[in-house]
Design a protein around this ligand. Structure first.
Ligand SMILES: [Zn+2]
Length: 244
């Protein structure tokens, strides 16, 4: 490399580093549209964990720390690809429209209380997990907010995560902040910030309206531009501010 070029390049890097705060390196990684929408096979690590390498390592460190305090961090759900999310979406759509007789738009509103539109799930990224305490035996659905409240089986789990998850860069996504819109409170859903923040930044640059209007799953023909813009503002972006 010629010296002049070298000096030029290193000074550019110097400036970039000095004005870019945290996650400077993660930000330099580019994420493809397919990857951001759960349509690409990405490398996932750990049996029963299935996260990107860095998130997997951080999860294991957190799991070890929790073990010594008597909590067994157990993953209920982690990476989910587009097709899997499409299956969940269509199953709910058919149930609400055909079994319950709801109008399409009412069915969609009901689905998006807890479930994402295929292609928009943070579970597509390999950075997000739904977790509980595996030591606690409980019957029925486990991902129920009341089970994480005082007196519920996951009360100690919730206390431990409130006090410790941040040390491992895991943050709750859908908090119980009453001013927050979009998805309801999910005390089980955590995100590994060092990767999910740059992925969300990349995701926001996509033309989500266009991408979703190109899809053809049940109900997608009812998506208007206004609906999608609201969904992006409320369901994708109105999350814990530590993840923005
Ligand atoms: Zn989740």
């Amino acid at each position: 490399m010629k010296r002049r070029t070298f000096i030029k390049k290193s000074s550019t890097i110097g400036i970039a580093l000095s004005i870019t705060p945290s996650f400077a390196f993660a930000n330099e990684i580019e994420y493809s549209v397919l990857e951001l929408m759960g349509k690409e096979d990405i490398a996932l690590y750990g049996e029963g964990i299935q996260l990107r390498k860095e998130a997997h390592d951080a999860f294991l460190a957190m799991k070890r720390a929790a073990y010594s305090d008597g909590i067994d961090l157990k993953i209920v759900s982690s990476y989910r690809n587009f097709e899997r999310q499409e299956l969940i979406w269509e199953r709910k759509y058919l149930k609400y429209t055909e079994d319950d007789g709801l109008e399409p738009l009412a069915a969609i509103d009901k689905i998006i209380e807890y479930s994402t539109i295929p292609g928009t799930s943070r579970h597509h990224w390999g950075t997000d997990i739904d977790i509980i305490d595996g030591y606690r035996k409980t019957s029925g659905d486990v991902l129920v907010p009341e089970k994480f409240e005082p007196g519920g089986p996951f009360e100690d789990f919730k206390k431990w995560m409130d006090g410790n998850s941040r040390k491992f860069d895991f943050h709750l996504v859908y908090t119980d902040d009453p001013k927050r819109r979009g998805f309801k409170y999910e005390p089980w859903h955590y995100s590994y910030a060092p990767i999910s923040i740059p992925m969300l930044t990349a995701y926001r640059k996509l033309n989500i309206v266009q991408l979703l209007r190109n899809e053809e799953f049940y109900g997608s023909e009812h998506f208007t531009t206004g609906f999608i813009k609201n969904y992006v503002r409320n369901n994708i972006l109105d999350i814990n501010t530590a993840l923005l």
